[in-house]
Design a protein. Structure first.
Length: 529
């Protein structure tokens, strides 16, 4: 047959159930062979991975339910319980077994050749599973084909890891054609060890901050807990299958095409839990976790943010949300100050409520070095004071409340327009307060967008008392050791009637600064930023 008569056929074959659609999109033809694939889940072969035939020990393509020939059934105790791609017995991965008389795998497992391309920066992700990890060394090497330079991207040497899939993420700097090589070594020739790799991926651009994920291209470096929960988190576009619960769209794009992670509670028992688990973080430094959550429905369960140290099986809860939180995506900021042990993971632990109308969703996870100070640009006081705190040198405190004002009249919050919505308020009706007393709400320290660049502070306020005092906005910072406090940038006083009013002021500072809301000599006032 001549090439002019060549046709390509896509053949779709129905399975046993009519609810098994098959989709196809974005077909392209390009000149030349396909080259080395930038992604391999090993479900359709080895994707061009090779190893010198002279190597004594060979990596093999297998599954957790292997055939009798590859590998032999005697290796079953050393295999992972499932693959990293599909989390099933039938999913495939590359597997290496080193017995007590074999200390390495010689030249190692190598990818095909990757071209220089146009992206100078790329990112590699690969999942691995170790049996007897304290006796294994795994090195991931970038080999330049022209220079023969070897750049060690990552190494896992003798670490006491949990028996589960782990992920390596590393930056690639591209100046020439290259290969990726996986070299494994048995550190103790009196022991049997094994290692598996799966879900190999190289993407253009810099690696995201470890732990960050918008779920648009999968779970990133997050995974479902493998041993100690009842069901899994899922990815979805648009609404969840159950009515009257879950978000209408994702947080990233705000459309039905955006993707987020959620737990589907229909058909689950009350108290069942689903745990989404991060990759490992090294202990010894403070990190800030930011994410958005959506908890709306009937008899909702709980979402716990937890830290799990080393090989512990029960996490320590650092933040918890119970029950319905309103029909909106909400920001959460959690500090992780973990200094004990070698490493820790972050858990999103979702529990099922009393009904199936209790879906819980998360999106846009970010992990930053340092604490969360100054990262909350919006606060509706729905759960707490966000990035605001009570001053220690004033006369009384701001509170979070809902329902009625000091005249026992219904007061709807500005965010939801509902009587049950929360807001921050001051109540000077306590007999111990006196005219002129102050309550100051102080922002955590904020870094200006750029040296001397302005920021706009907007907020809604409510003053509906005959003897209402004043609400002032001021800024403070430290300049060469001297504390600077501005005159009021904005001020209001007196009764403004039973409605919410908008206020705004511009803040300009060359230095990290704080904003303060002092309320003075008033019966009651409310605030939402």
């Amino acid at each position: 047959m001549s090439l002019s008569n060549l046709k390509v056929i896509f053949e779709g074959i129905r399975g046993p159930n009519f609810q098994g659609d098959i989709a196809l999109d974005d077909i392209t033809f390009t000149t030349g062979d396909c080259g080395t694939p930038s992604y391999c889940g090993f479900e359709n072969g080895v994707c061009g991975f090779t190893q010198p035939v002279s190597d004594v020990v060979q990596w093999v393509l297998t599954s957790s339910s292997p055939s009798s020939s590859s590998p032999t059934p005697t290796t079953a105790p050393y295999l992972p319980p499932f693959d990293a791609t599909y989390r099933t017995l039938a999913g495939h991965f590359m597997y290496l077994e080193l017995h007590d008389d074999q200390n390495n795998n010689d030249g190692g497992l190598s990818t095909g050749v990757f071209p220089t391309g146009t992206a100078a920066d790329r990112c590699i992700n690969v999942w691995f599973y170790m049996q007897n990890s304290v006796k294994i060394s795994l090195k991931v090497i970038q080999l330049g084909l022209t220079s023969t330079n070897q750049n060690q991207l990552a190494s896992v040497v003798g670490e006491d890891l949990a028996d589960e899939w782990h992920v390596i993420q590393a930056a690639l700097s591209i100046t020439e054609e290259f290969k990726i090589i996986f070299q494994a070594t048995n550190l103790d020739q009196n022991e049997d060890v094994s290692i598996s790799i799966d879900e190999f991926k190289i993407t253009d651009g810099l690696c995201p901050q470890p732990g960050s994920c918008d779920f648009e291209n999968g779970f990133c470096t997050w995974k479902n807990e493998e041993n100690f929960d009842d069901f899994d988190w899922q990815l979805i576009q648009g609404r969840t299958p159950s009515d009257n619960t879950g978000p209408p769209s994702d947080h990233t794009k705000g459309t039905s095409y955006g993707i987020y992670a959620y737990v589907e509670t229909s058909g689950r028992a009350t108290g069942d839990i689903a745990i989404l688990k991060s990759s490992d973080f090294q202990s010894g430094s403070t990190q800030c976790l930011e994410f958005y959550y959506y908890m709306y429905g009937t008899n909702l369960g709980r979402l716990d943010v937890q830290a799990l140290q080393d090989k512990e099986t029960i996490g320590t809860t650092l933040r918890s949300y119970n029950g319905t939180q309103g029909s909106a995506w909400r920001q959460s900021l959690v500090n992780f100050d973990i200094f004990d042990g070698l490493y820790y993971t972050i858990l999103f632990n979702a529990s099922v409520g009393a009904t199936g109308l209790s879906d819980i969703a998360i999106d846009d996870i970010s992990v930053y070095p340092g604490n969360c100070s100054g990262r909350s640009d919006i606060c509706d006081f729905f759960v707490d004071f966000c990035d605001w705190e009570q001053a220690v040198d004033d006369d009384t405190d701001w509170l979070i409340g809902s329902g009625s004002d000091s005249n026992d009249q219904p007061l709807r919050d500005h965010t939801t327009g509902a009587v049950g919505g929360n807001y921050a308020y001051i109540d000077f009706r306590d007999a111990q307060t006196e005219p002129g007393d102050q309550a100051r709400l102080l922002s955590l320290e904020r870094n200006p967008p750029a040296d001397g660049q302005a920021e706009c502070l907007g907020f809604w306020y409510h003053l509906n008392e005959t003897d209402a005092g004043s609400l002032n906005i001021m800024a403070t910072w430290v300049d060469n050791g001297t504390t600077v406090v501005t005159d009021p940038l904005w001020t209001i006083s007196g009764n403004r009637g039973d409605q919410w009013w908008f206020g705004a002021t511009t803040v300009v500072s060359k230095f990290p600064y704080q904003v303060t809301h002092p309320g003075k000599n008033t019966v009651s006032k409310s605030l939402q930023t």
